[in-house]
Structure formats: structure tokens, C-alpha cells
Design a binder for this molecule. Structure first.
Ligand SMILES: [Zn+2]
Length: 155
């Protein structure tokens, strides 16, 4: 997919938000169109992504749980470049591989920049905590909204 933003004008918009302990994470709505990105059905949240959602990283799952076609293609290119740099098990055991491959905390916007994202992307990192088996646990979900998906208004 070709974007009008071939050269990002600035860094990825990456905002880290921390909720009060014990509060359920909110249903995230798109900042562009206002669409809810999930709906509660029974006791399960179903994904209802709009066209502007690039990805969702699930903290509890510790992986991307939604990827747009464009994001999936960018991730595949990123992963292929990573495999080329670290081709074998030995090199993938290194600290350098850890540093180059992780999406942990502050590395997240770095990874997004490596995928070619810039100021057209707004990533919201929402951290929430609660009790699980008598111990406090915290998770961070990250939602990415891509303003480059905005279409020209019809003439
Ligand atoms: Zn939207």
C-alpha cells in the first residue's frame, strides 16, 4: 500500500497512559472516526477494528492481536530484516538480538520507526492493573492508529 507520507515528518506519536489500579481498561475508540475498537459480548471482548487501526498489541497475550494488512506487511519486512541480521540460533541468543527484536516499553516506538512509521502514527499504550491469584499484575496494551489511512475527500 502506497502512502502519501513517504517521508515521515517527525517521530511516531507514542503516548503512555497508566490507569488507577483495579480499574478495567476502557473500550478504546478511534481518534479519527470515533469507532469503538471492541464490543463486549457476554463476557468476551470482540475486536471491531475500523479502517484507521493499524495494530493492537495485547499485554496479556504479549503479542500483536490485531494487524491491518499494511501493518502485517511492514512487520513481515521488519522480521525478514531481523532474520537476515541474526540468521542462526547462536546469534539469536545474543543481547543484541534481544535489543533489536523486543517491543518492550520504550523499545516500542523504536520498532515502529524501524517499520517506517513516523508522525502519521498515534500509538496509545494503556497500562492497567488488578489482582490475579492474590497478587497484583499489570499489563500494557498498545493501540496504533494510522492517519495515513485517511482518504482524500471525494470531489
Ligand atoms: Zn477510525
Amino acid at each position: 500500500m502506497q502512502h502519501a507520507f513517504a517521508q515521515p515528518a517527525g517521530p511516531v506519536g507514542y503516548v503512555a497512559i497508566e490507569q488507577p489500579f483495579g480499574v478495567e481498561p476502557p473500550v478504546v475508540h478511534c481518534p479519527i472516526c470515533g469507532h469503538a475498537q471492541s464490543v463486549l459480548e457476554g463476557d468476551e471482548y470482540l475486536q471491531t477494528p475500523c479502517a484507521h487501526l493499524a495494530f493492537v498489541f495485547g499485554g496479556e497475550e504479549d503479542e500483536f492481536i490485531y494487524a491491518s494488512e499494511d501493518f502485517a506487511a511492514r512487520f513481515a519486512r521488519f522480521d525478514a530484516a531481523l532474520q537476515a541480521r541474526f540468521p542462526d540460533a547462536e546469534s539469536q541468543n545474543s543481547d543484541a538480538f534481544e535489543e533489536a527484536s523486543r517491543f518492550y516499553r520504550d523499545l516500542f516506538p523504536t520498532r515502529l520507526a524501524e517499520m517506517g512509521y513516523g508522525s502519521q502514527l498515534l500509538a496509545l499504550r494503556i497500562t492497567y492493573g488488578g489482582m490475579a491469584d492474590g497478587a497484583p499484575v499489570w499489563f500494557s496494551d498498545v493501540y496504533g492508529f494510522d492517519y495515513a489511512t485517511l482518504q482524500e475527500p471525494p470531489r
